[in-house]
Design a protein around this ligand. Structure first.
Ligand code: SAM
Length: 312
């Protein structure tokens, strides 16, 4: 186990990829490289790992902990949505497995200094890739009250979105909101005291999640990626997704179902006339979750969900 991240559902996710010696596998979210290291053990000898992360720190970690010779590893600093481009640059037409484990690493929350945690007072940045444009502070400074309220409600499912947005916009007229500590305090002030007392989570949890999702365009990227990922697999190749909240899981579930049963003919038609054929077999009819034993050791695994498909 590394200090960088505690890997969630390590066995389940890597088993689901069906790694074997000689296989070509993509880990689209290296993080602390926990999954990637296990994949490397299983594809050796003769395998190839393509490891991607949009966070420079994860790339540095991968160079520290992944094998340098066998199996062959290609470590790429970028967004997994650009996987088709990365593969063509490497001269690889198709791969045998793709894993993405989306969300934040422990390092990003605890040690990146980029304001991902409401428990720390750091610059309000929240970009996983610091080469990208807007920070969370930019959004809080420039969005209208209405748009902020919508953002908190849609991406954080925050009940007090309107009150929080109003309070932030009033406050920013005199004091720009530039740190995670300031934001956490302002959100806590806006939520009614009775609600704060009864909530099990910090009052700023949902607002932080919503901002992070939008800063990193997480849902849009996931949806676009799932639209093309299966085209990059060899027949029998597997695509596995670990997600952490219901908005992500909904996208994965719908995309996988649409690939498994793409027929759009009305149920009353005696036979299919649209001609759309399944491209995958669903490997997780019911979502897989972490075991109680794992959750006891790693409480962050509580919300992890694993879904997977196999290309026909
Ligand atoms: C939960 S961690 C992955 C942990 C990893 N599986 C392990 O075992 O250590 C998530 C990682 O995905 C990266 N990430 C999230 N979205 C990404 C994207 N669209 N493209 C590339 N990397 C992404 C984050 O920067 C973070 O390092």
């Amino acid at each position: 186990m590394s200090d960088y991240h505690v890997t969630a559902m390590l066995e389940e996710a890597v088993d689901m990829l069906a790694c074997r010696p000689g296989k070509i596998i993509v880990d689209g979210t290296l993080g602390g490289s926990g999954h990637a290291r296990r994949i490397c053990e299983q594809i050796d000898p003769g395998g190839v790992l393509i490891g991607i992360d949009q966070d420079r720190d994860a790339i540095d970690q991968a160079h520290r902990v992944l094998p340098t010779e066998e199996p062959r590893t290609h470590i790429v600093h970028g967004n997994f949505v650009d996987l088709p481009l990365f593969l063509s640059q490497l001269g690889i037409d198709a791969v045998d497995g793709i894993l993405i484990d989306i969300g934040l690493s422990l390092h990003q929350i605890e040690a990146s200094g980029r304001g991902f945690s409401f428990n720390r007072d750091e610059p309000l940045d929240m970009r996983m890739d610091v080469r990208s444009d807007d920070t969370a502070a930019d959004l809080v400074a420039t969005m209208s009250e209405r748009d902020l309220a919508q953002l908190f409600s849609r991406y954080g499912e925050e009940r007090w979105a309107g009150r929080i947005a109003r309070h932030l916009v009033k406050h920013r007229k005199t004091h720009p909101v530039t740190t995670s500590g300031q934001l956490a305090r302002l959100v806590a002030e806006a939520v009614p005291a009775a609600a704060v007392r009864t909530q099990k989570i910090h009052p700023a949890t949902r607002v932080f999640m919503a901002l992070r999702i939008v800063v990193n365009r997480e849902l849009e990227v996931l949806d676009r990626f799932l639209g093309t990922a299966v085209d990059l697999l060899n027949p029998g190749g597997r695509l596995c997704v670990l997600s952490f909240h219901s908005l992500e899981d909904r996208i994965v579930k719908h995309r996988f179902r649409a690939m498994e049963s793409p027929c759009t003919c009305p149920p009353s038609f005696p036979q299919c006339v649209c001609g759309r054929q399944a491209t995958v077999r669903l490997l997780t009819r019911k979502v897989f979750r972490a075991t109680d034993a794992e959750i006891r050791k790693n409480p962050m695994a509580r919300s992890t969900r694993l879904r997977a498909v196999e290309k026909l």
